[in-house]
Design a protein around this ligand. Structure first.
Ligand SMILES: Cc1ncc(COP(=O)(O)O)c(C=O)c1O
Length: 386
């Protein structure tokens, strides 16, 4: 049993601790192997060999060509490159873009940027009360000038899974590029290969599966060549300028091998824990569970609920005082009183969309921690309302 002073960490969708084996894999590049992979001399060539090896290993796991892997500085950058780069590359073909209304800001705001500043027309797809887009919704939005569709694999706030493979097949039939932000899916859903998403572009972010922060990757199906969003040298095959961060890349690949191939988030362990949290929350008057009630439609580690008569900031602060780390939506909007755009798109009234609690569990979460939170919640919520 944990001591009371050790926080209960139920915020694994925000980030995860670095796996010790992953850390070991990174250390050579913070020490002896410090070269620049673009240098032609011996020190540079040693670094280049490590970079090539990392790309080769990741492409073998993904079952794609090494040239289809681009290393980036994280999930935000992968999403930006996929969306801005593809829309701009295909601009002569069409200016209509489609995304879901519940995307992470790294996707949603990239589309809005293109609309507000570069003359693109963007359709934001509605979702149902569980936060899910429908295939018919995507189909109805496609136009002759649509070039790009983006729908996330799993939502970070409520954990809803989207039918991305079906959407991907539809897009391919219609000659439209499909991107998925799969950042929350890796390590949580079974992984076969990168083609399981049926997407032309797939975003990956290492710190969501026990890798380092600031490390990401983008799968780009050849021959698509998004315009680089960073201007500079010809790194990553002209797709991402800037000297490669070898320690981060080594960490990403090691974490993928360790925590995605066999998912670090074990559904058989986590589902009963989140079910228990959901049932306890649902039993409190004025609390509504917003994660899908169908377990197969949500991430097994995530449960989100809204609380009438209080707000997200007060809920987070009080949970924190009690030693519970949770989130009121995406970490980026923590500290702001903005209602969750995800709950708003799900049709939740603003007062409740402003009072979201997300518990996201991980590999070190225990039944004892869940029991303690279950015992705490009714008292904590009634105190806040009082
Ligand atoms: C679904 C999703 N996409 C993208 C990101 C952005 O990742 P990062 O902030 O590491 O760039 C996150 C992080 O919360 C996320 O949950």
């Amino acid at each position: 049993m944990r001591s009371a002073s050790v926080p209960i960490y139920f915020d694994y969708n925000a980030t995860t601790p670095l796996d010790p084996v992953v850390r070991e894999a990174m250390l050579p590049f913070l020490g002896a192997n410090w070269g620049n992979p673009s240098s032609v001399h011996a020190v540079g060539r040693t670094a280049r060999a490590a970079l090539d090896d990392a790309r080769y290993r990741l492409s073998s796991l993904w079952r794609c060509k090494p040239s289809e892997v681009v290393f980036t500085g994280g999930g935000t950058e992968s999403n930006n490159l996929a969306i801005l780069g593809t829309a701009r590359r295909l601009r002569a073909r069409g200016r209509h873009l489609v995304c879901s209304a519940v995307e992470h800001p790294a996707v949603l705001h990239a589309f809005r940027f293109l609309k507000e500043n570069e003359g693109f027309d963007v359709t934001e797809l509605p979702v149902d009360s569980a936060g899910r887009v429908s295939i018919s919704g995507v189909e109805g939005a496609l136009r002759s000038d649509t070039t790009l569709v983006s729908v996330m694999a799993a939502n970070n706030e409520v954990g809803t899974l989207h039918p991305v493979a079906d959407i991907g097949r539809l897009c391919r039939e219609r000659g439209v590029i499909f991107h998925t932000d799969a950042v929350q899916a890796f390590g949580k859903l079974p992984f076969r290969d990168i083609h399981q998403f049926e997407a032309d572009l797939v975003s990956v972010c290492a710190h969501k599966f026990h890798g380092p922060k600031g490390a990401g990757a983008l799968f780009i199906r050849s021959p698509l060549q998004p315009l680089s969003t960073q201007i500079g040298g010809g790194h990553e095959n002209e797709r991402r300028a800037g000297t490669e961060n070898l320690a981060a890349i080594a960490g990403l690949v090691s974490a993928f091998e360790r925590c995605v191939i066999t998912p670090a988030f074990d559904a058989a362990t986590l589902l009963p824990l989140t079910q228990r949290l959901a049932a306890a929350a649902a039993g409190i008057p004025g609390v509504t569970v917003r994660s899908s009630s169908a377990d197969s439609d949500r991430l097994s580690n995530t449960v989100a609920f809204s609380v009438q008569g209080t707000d997200g900031i007060a809920l987070m602060a009080t949970l924190d005082l009690e030693g519970v780390c949770a989130s009121s939506g995406s970490a980026c909007s923590a500290g702001s009183l903005e209602p969750s755009h995800v709950l708003a798109a799900m049709g939740v009234p603003a007062a409740e969309a402003n009072a979201l609690v997300r518990f996201s569990l991980g590999r070190d979460s225990t039944r004892d921690e869940v029991d303690r939170v279950v015992a705490l919640l009714p008292r904590l919520i009634s105190r806040l309302r009082g």
